[in-house]
Every structure is written in structure tokens, then in C-alpha cells.
Design a binder for this molecule. Structure first.
Ligand code: TXA
Ligand code: MG
Length: 350
């Protein structure tokens, strides 16, 4: 299949993309978090194509994207007041609420669950596509299952070329990590199933009378996650990754020792780190073996380039990756969650 990459500028472009969606085809599109791989969310055969294109296990449910809160009833029913409150507060934006599914949503979309994830993305291209299609669009991240999510049209093309007819190019995603997923189906309690740009503090501030907690699986390795997709290996680069987390000077010291050890053993390690750390280690590695994530402590910059960094050394002779971690508050929770998965839990706290 030939894949077209289109920067949509006209109503006609959106009409063309929407016609593909209505015809049961797949269209990749940008959101403010990551690129999504979209299909008609009411059409089981179309959604089956998503699983096929991604190589995704069929028990891993898709989330439904709506253009406006007025479309909520097309995806969900008996929406709990807490979910409605969070959508009013944060949508359009990087939040997905888990709520009871509408009866007409095919079981294939929800992996057989009685609940559905609903999200209203804050990206003009995404919202215009959904409006033009006229139904909720089911869309997981547009990567091959297990790979880092794409945050540009080029990264989407790297995984989806030849598998889908159309990629809408909307530039780089502003957040760079997937939406915060919150389970709102339990009375009196909000559970965060996947951390993202909407932080636990932000949710608590909106719903001070409710308990806001992290899914047990995010805290302990012994518990099965409630978001089926969180149990799979994810975001993994092609070579092994080790993450170093802690205070800046300690991380620099530990990285220096580890890089020297690996180079002495004949390995070719690459470093993903803040500008501060790369400067402190200058001369140790060739520049081509470093990826600069901006000023240390700037979590937005780090999140925005994280998946690009994890894919950056794919087609090189690098044999392993070392990365500097983030802090463990705010957006840092989401960044560390993705780094934990990308490294298979290989995080060294120094
Ligand atoms: O930012 C995002 O959320 C991006 C963009 C494209 O919107 N989408 C995304 O979708 O990250 P995906 O499929 O890669 O991740 C959705 C996650 C999966 O881990 C899935 O298991 C979980 O949401 N999920 C979906 N429906 C669920 C449900 N009913 N109950 C629990 N978890 C659910
Ligand atoms: Mg994904």
C-alpha cells in the first residue's frame, strides 16, 4: 500500500481524510501528546485493521477520540460526575477518562471491557478530522506495538509506511508523552492508570473531596496493571537502555564511570542527557553518540524529545544507551514511567 503524507491546510484535505475513515481505512494524525492511528470507532472491521497495522494484542483496548464534549454521549453512557468534571477542567487536553461504554461501541474497541477510554485532544488537526468524519475516532499511538510512540509525521512514517494510506502531518507534538489515563468508574475514588501531563496534583485540586491514587502497578512491580496496555514491554529502543536517576552531580559521576567501563570493554555506548550533563562529560564520547535533551530540570523539553531520543540511535552502530532520568514530581512522573518501561526496569538510583 502506498502511504501519502499530507500537511492538511484545506477543508478538502480534511474531507479526503474523513472519507478514508468512513470507508473503514486508517489515517494517522497528530495530537498534542503523540501521533494516533485512527479508525472509525463504531466500525469493528476498521478497528481490527488498527490491531493488524500495529501488531497489537487484541485484549489491549483502544481509546475513542472526540472533537468536543458534546460528542461524549456517542462514546460513553452513565458518565460519572467526576469524569465529566475532569473533562470540563482539562479537555481539550492530555487526559483520557475511563467510563462505562455506550452500548453501540463494538467490543473489539474496548478489548471486551464494559468501560471505554475517552479523550478530547487539543490539536486542531485531530479535532477537524474527527468533526469531518462525524464519529468518535478510535486511535492508539501510531507506533508498531512495543516501540516508542511517534511525535512527528516522520517517526509515524518510520513505523507505518506501506501499512496505511494516509498520515496527516501536523508538525511536532507539544507534550511528547501520552495522555494521563484516569479510571473514574469507582465511587469516591480516581485511579491514575497511566501518568501524563495532567498530574495527580492537578486532579486532586479539581476534585478535593475524592481520593486520587496511582494504580498499584505503577507503584509496585508485583501487581497487574488495570490498563491492559501497561503490562506490555513498551517504548523500547532497539538496543538496551540503562537509566541513571538522582542529583545532577551524582548522575554525572556515575555516568562517567559507566561510559568509561563500557568503552574499555569495546562497547559503543550513547548518552541521552541534559545539556548540563553532556557539557560536564564533554570529551568522553563523540558528539554523534550524545542526544541533548535541553537544560537539566526542564521536564517539558525532556518529555517533548524523549521518544525521538529513544529512536535516534536505531540505525547506528551504537551498542547500548545510557540516559539521565527526570525528577519524580509533576511531568517527571510520566517521564520516569516511560523510561522504566523503555529500559525494562533498568533504573539505577545514584
Ligand atoms: O495520548 C494518548 O492517549 C494517545 C493519543 C494518540 O491520543 N493514545 C494512546 O493510546 O496512547 P494507546 O492505545 O497507545 O494507549 C491507551 C492505553 C492502553 O494502555 C490501554 O490499555 C488503555 O489505554 N485503555 C484503553 N481503554 C481502557 C479501558 N477501558 N480500561 C483500562 N485501560 C484502558
Ligand atoms: Mg501506545
Amino acid at each position: 500500500m502506498k502511504t501519502e503524507i499530507l500537511r492538511p491546510t484545506s477543508t478538502e484535505h480534511f474531507a479526503r481524510a474523513a472519507a478514508l475513515i468512513r470507508d473503514g481505512q486508517l489515517v494517522a494524525f497528530p495530537t498534542e501528546t503523540v501521533y494516533g492511528l485512527g479508525a472509525n470507532g463504531l466500525d469493528a472491521a476498521a478497528c481490527a485493521r488498527i490491531y493488524e497495522a500495529k501488531g497489537r494484542p487484541s485484549d489491549n483496548p483502544l481509546i475513542l477520540h472526540i472533537a468536543d464534549l458534546s460528542m461524549l454521549h456517542e462514546a460513553a453512557e452513565d458518565v460519572p460526575p467526576a469524569a465529566a468534571h475532569l473533562l470540563t477542567a482539562f479537555a481539550p487536553g492530555p487526559i483520557t477518562v475511563i467510563v462505562p461504554k455506550a452500548a453501540h461501541i463494538p467490543p473489539l474497541v474496548t478489548g471486551g471491557l464494559a468501560t471505554v477510554g475517552v479523550r478530547c485532544p487539543a490539536h486542531d488537526v485531530a479535532r477537524r478530522l474527527i468533526r469531518a468524519a462525524g464519529m468518535p475516532i478510535a486511535a492508539p499511538s501510531a507506533n508498531i506495538s512495543g516501540r516508542p510512540s511517534p511525535t512527528t509525521a516522520a517517526m509515524t512514517a518510520a513505523d507505518m509506511m506501506g501499512r496505511i494510506p494516509l498520515i496527516l502531518d501536523g508538525g511536532s507534538c507539544s507534550w511528547g508523552v501520552e495522555s494521563t489515563i484516569v479510571d473514574c468508574t469507582e465511587e469516591g475514588c480516581i485511579t491514575i492508570l497511566r501518568p501524563g501531563a495532567v498530574t495527580p496534583e492537578m486532579i486532586s485540586a479539581e476534585l478535593p473531596h475524592l481520593t486520587v491514587r496511582m494504580d498499584a502497578a505503577l507503584v509496585s512491580a508485583d501487581t497487574a496493571p488495570r490498563a491492559p496496555g501497561m503490562k506490555y514491554t513498551h517504548y523500547a529502543p532497539r538496543v538496551p537502555l540503562t537509566v541513571f536517576a538522582g542529583a545532577g552531580t551524582d548522575v554525572v559521576r556515575a555516568l562517567r564511570i559507566e561510559i568509561e567501563r563500557r568503552m574499555a570493554a569495546g562497547e559503543r555506548p550513547a548518552l541521552i542527557a541534559s545539556n548540563d550533563t553532556i557539557m560536564a562529560l564533554s570529551g568522553l564520547l563523540p558528539a554523534a553518540y550524545t542526544y541533548n535533551c535541553g537544560a537539566r530540570g526542564n521536564q517539558s523539553t525532556l518529555a517533548a524529545c524523549l521518544y525521538d531520543a529513544l529512536r535516534h540511535f536505531d540505525d547506528t552502530d551504537v551498542t547500548s544507551l545510557l540516559a539521565e532520568g527526570a525528577g519524580s514530581v509533576g511531568l517527571g512522573i510520566a517521564i520516569m514511567n516511560r523510561l522504566r518501561k523503555a529500559s525494562g526496569g533498568n533504573i539505577i538510583y545514584v
